[in-house]
Design a protein around this ligand. Sequence first.
Ligand SMILES: NC(=O)c1ccc[n+]([C@@H]2O[C@H](COP(=O)([O-])OP(=O)(O)OC[C@H]3O[C@@H](n4cnc5c(N)ncnc54)[C@H](OP(=O)(O)O)[C@@H]3O)[C@@H](O)[C@H]2O)c1
Length: 142
Amino acid sequence: MKAMRIGIVGSGNMGGGLGRLWAKAGHQVIFSYSRDDDKLHQLARLAGETADFGTPTEAVTQSEVILLAVGFSVLEDVLRDVGSLDGKIVITCVSGLQPDFTGQTIGLATELKISVAERIQQLAPHAKVVEAFNITFAEVIA
Ligand SMILES: NC(=O)c1ccc[n+]([C@@H]2O[C@H](COP(=O)([O-])OP(=O)(O)OC[C@H]3O[C@@H](n4cnc5c(N)ncnc54)[C@H](OP(=O)(O)O)[C@@H]3O)[C@@H](O)[C@H]2O)c1
């Protein structure tokens, strides 16, 4: 297996869990984007020797694969802040559902009839965007 450099942007239930699995499988993982640096530090420590933490920009510039695992409400701000995603494989698990699951914020049932992945592709046209894990509950990954 070729070890890959994977930047995690959004180190909560999904990003923390997937990043930990990927680090345990031998990939180089950088956890980023939390309001709590201690949490990022702990995640990296528990994930093992191939894991580290940093800013979202560091996670993006130092990685060939990026996992976007943030809430949809902050997604566009995050994409503006992280710098160029040109040529990167960008995996998104970001859901377009309202946080209380009562409806969609983006998607076929809204005026903007595109998926979250299509919106990311619009904002980062030279990235290779892949939607995955967005119907997998974090508990399953944990
Ligand atoms: N949970 C699931 O089972 C599940 C399943 C499929 C898809 N999804 C989707 O995956 C995405 C992530 O879900 P999640 O459950 O992993 O969410 P989460 O646990 O809340 O993680 C979100 C991450 O973003 C960070 N964050 C949020 N606002 C921030 C801000 N203003 N500044 C800095 N960091 C900020 C959080 O930081 P803090 O550490 O400071 O909170 C956290 O690390 C969402 O779009 C969700 O809809 C979730």
